[in-house]
Write a protein that binds this ligand. Structure first.
Ligand SMILES: N[C@@H](CCC(=O)N[C@@H](CS)C(=O)NCC(=O)O)C(=O)O
Length: 215
């Protein structure tokens, strides 16, 4: 309990997933807001720590730097299993957890990397926004696959047991294709998101990161 973690993040970004996980571990942690999009001094510091220029970036108590939210979640679980971020090693839900954790990180998350700012990847192209449109349609298909894998009875993605997958859902349901799309096509994910937002340990954090949150 004498460990200090420092999270570099930005409001409403994927760093909120790691912030929520840290909150559940009970470890003391600090936060630095970083504007990753501009040529700010914070961005220079971020690039020194994480050449991808991405958040979450986490400085561990021994000054080791970690990036990649899934890796961070797995590490925090190692150090604080009582937070129940990951099913325990003998749990029947562990394979499903690992599959869909990696699906979010390797299939869904990169659609934002390449779709958020298409002109960055298609310089001197006349209609770079076409990439954004096709990626958005692909992302919707990915979310439908993910939602179809959610427990039918709930209340969490894996069923009766909460896991870090629910934190990803709660944060990413605020992102495009947007709340209205999720509510129409993936109501089971919205139910999970609202349940996470209402957790007493997390409600203030979600209010600080998003404008509209379930109380
Ligand atoms: N694989 C990374 C993705 C992180 C990521 O893409 N974060 C976004 C903010 S939500 C970011 O920093 N984007 C800026 C960029 O990619 O240049 C993770 O899981 O932590």
């Amino acid at each position: 309990m004498h460990e200090i973690y420092t999270l570099l993040g930005c409001r409403g970004c994927g760093s909120t997933i790691v912030a929520a996980a840290l909150q559940l571990t009970g470890f003391p942690w600090g936060y630095e807001e970083v504007d990753y999009e501009s040529d700010s001094s914070e961005r220079e510091r971020l690039l020194e720590l994480n050449p991808l220029g991405q958040v979450p970036t986490l400085i561990l108590p021994d000054n080791e730097v970690m990036t990649e939210s899934a890796a961070i979640i797995l590490l925090l679980h190692e150090r604080a299993p009582q937070a129940e971020l990951v099913p325990h090693s003998g749990a029947a839900t562990l394979p499903r957890f690992l599959r869909w954790l990696m699906f979010i990180n390797s299939a869904i998350y990169p659609t934002f990397t390449y779709g958020d700012d298409p002109a960055k990847w298609l310089p001197k192209t006349r209609n770079p926004e076409r990439l954004e449109e096709t990626i958005l349609a692909h992302r919707q298909q990915l979310w439908l696959q993910f939602a179809a894998a959610a427990s039918e009875t709930g209340p969490w993605f894996l069923g009766r047991s909460f896991s870090a997958l629910d934190l990803y859902v709660a944060v990413m349901c605020h992102w495009r294709p947007g709340r209205r799309w999720f509510r129409q096509h993936c109501p089971q994910l919205i139910a999970i998101a609202e349940r996470v937002e209402q957790m007493p340990e997390l409600n203030a954090l979600f209010h600080a990161n998003f404008d509209r949150v379930a109380d």
